[in-house]
Design a protein around this ligand. Structure first.
Ligand code: ADP
Ligand code: ADP
Length: 213
């Protein structure tokens, strides 16, 4: 099994990079997408997840780790996995190392997407997301062919409720406090591949593909 992690602040472009890696045969695991699926299903767990997400807070490590465990268990066999937005805390990273170890494997690379806060605010303020397939667009940098409609499935594009300036700032604070320590954690293991994510979408995607070769 191959395991690659996409690390970086909200809006750095993790999902956008994941799209091209999925074309290279990686199975894309986005914990954000898995959590939004629980909200869509209106499960009791979904209600709690929504409350936290809308405030820009993290969902508990326990819930997120269990979700990842289930996805891996149901995938089975030899696979190339791309983790987008997981792990996001040191506790998640340590548990994840244990899960991989019990599978006789470990993390191959951690791609760190580096991007300044002002660019992030512009990116997330203009992000539009398909309500059905989760495909991501940007009103200026990656517009859909027909405004408000997904190119893939024709469904409605929405502005996520947590993509407003106030919640974005909160998410950036939470990132700095709880996720940024993972950079030192993975650096110490020699796994970090830094990428300048302030470049254009095409440039970031090709830099990542080049670094992974
Ligand atoms: P973004 O695209 O902004 O990085 P995601 O879709 O990855 O956002 O995540 C949206 C929200 O889902 C996060 O703000 C957080 O509330 C929750 N979430 C996603 N992944 C995790 C995780 N690994 N641990 C805790 N909460 C998470
Ligand atoms: P993340 O998964 O890290 O939260 P996304 O991939 O969803 O980030 O990207 C956030 C927003 O910024 C989206 O609207 C996306 O189209 C746009 N975007 C992503 N990468 C770039 C880039 N390199 N330059 C400009 N806009 C970008």
């Amino acid at each position: 099994m191959t395991a690659i992690i996409l690390l970086g602040p909200p809006g750095a472009g993790k999902g956008t990079v994941a799209e091209v890696l999925a074309e290279k045969g990686y199975t894309h695991i986005s914990t954000g997408a898995l959590l939004r699926e629980q909200i869509r299903l209106e499960t009791p767990l979904g209600m709690d997840i929504k409350a936290r997400m809308d405030q820009g807070r993290f969902v508990s490590d326990r819930v997120v780790v269990e979700m990842v465990r289930e996805v891996l268990a149901s995938a089975g066999g030899e696979k190339k996995f791309l983790f987008d937005g997981f792990p996001r805390t040191l506790a998640q990273a340590e548990i994840f190392d244990g899960i991989l170890q019990s599978e006789g494997t470990s993390i191959d690379e951690v791609i760190l997407l580096e991007c300044a806060d002002d660019a992030i605010i512009e990116r997330l303020s203009g992000r539009r997301t398909c309500i059905k397939c989760g495909m991501v667009y940007h009103v200026k940098y990656n517009p859909a062919s027909s405004a408000g409609v997904c190119d893939i499935d024709g469904c409605e594009l929405i502005h996520r409720p947590d993509d407003n300036v106030e919640t974005i700032r909160k998410r950036l604070d939470v990132y700095a406090e709880r996720t940024a320590p993972l950079i030192a954690y993975y650096k110490a293991k020699g796994l970090i591949l830094p990428v300048d994510a302030s470049q254009s979408i095409d440039a970031v995607r090709s830099t990542v593909l080049e670094k992974l070769r």
